[in-house]
Design a protein around this ligand. Sequence first.
Ligand SMILES: [Zn+2]
Ligand SMILES: [Zn+2]
Length: 274
Amino acid sequence: MGRTKSILFDKDPADDAIREAWADEAWKEIREKFTFTLPKKKFVLKSKSREWQAHWKYSLGRAIRELGVESRCVNGRELFRSQEDANAVAARRIELCDKLAQEMIEATARYRDAPERRFVLVPIAPDPEPTEEDIRKHCGHDRAIGKTERWMAEIAWKSALKAKDPNLFLVAFQGHIQTFPDGISSYEEYLQSPLWNRIRRKCLTQAEHSCAGCGRRATLVHHRDYRPRVLQGEELSPLVPLCETCHEKIHKTSEGIPRHWQGCEEELERLVNR
Ligand SMILES: [Zn+2]
Ligand SMILES: [Zn+2]
């Protein structure tokens, strides 16, 4: 015979005579035969992992069934025929908790590392490249163009293009020649603005706060590009919800060296698509 259902003596609301008589009879038997209790816990449950605690309550019944030990539960207290039975159940219960907690941790990790990622990296169009003719126009003469002249001409060409369409370049000119939304004069100021707070929250909510890199809780939003329409919140696709660990990985190598934009993009792609 296995474990009986809990019997609530004293507190039993039933008042019919038959039930009372049965309870008296059962109590008499228990009082005589089941006099041993579980040994006192040598550990503090609070110091155990959340997964471990989750199994603590239910692993008692499992241990009793597994060992085929007879017991009675009286007012929430498990009683046994011998102390050996009680000790065996207590030991098995701890083993079960260890095993089940480990399984739970592994299952959570499997779920977390599942390949079905919700986040999709939208390819970012590369910056436009100047033609020979574009460079020539900004050089100002017909002679052969030197390295420095070419570089200056390219900056002039970019400035002219950017003046026509501030959304053309992704990362070039980020920082000192950056166009910020109205009334904002620096990136630091932008990150403190209610505008960015709204965009950030929208991005995190859309992703259900799931990190695009690892699926854990995303707490921040990474910019893949800083074009004005992205800063204005008109385009959210270059914004990536991330946890702090993944963000750190994207911006710095394992040696702590900051990556340039292309490096960040490559690492982000690796994390999202792994
Ligand atoms: Zn970032
Ligand atoms: Zn992450």
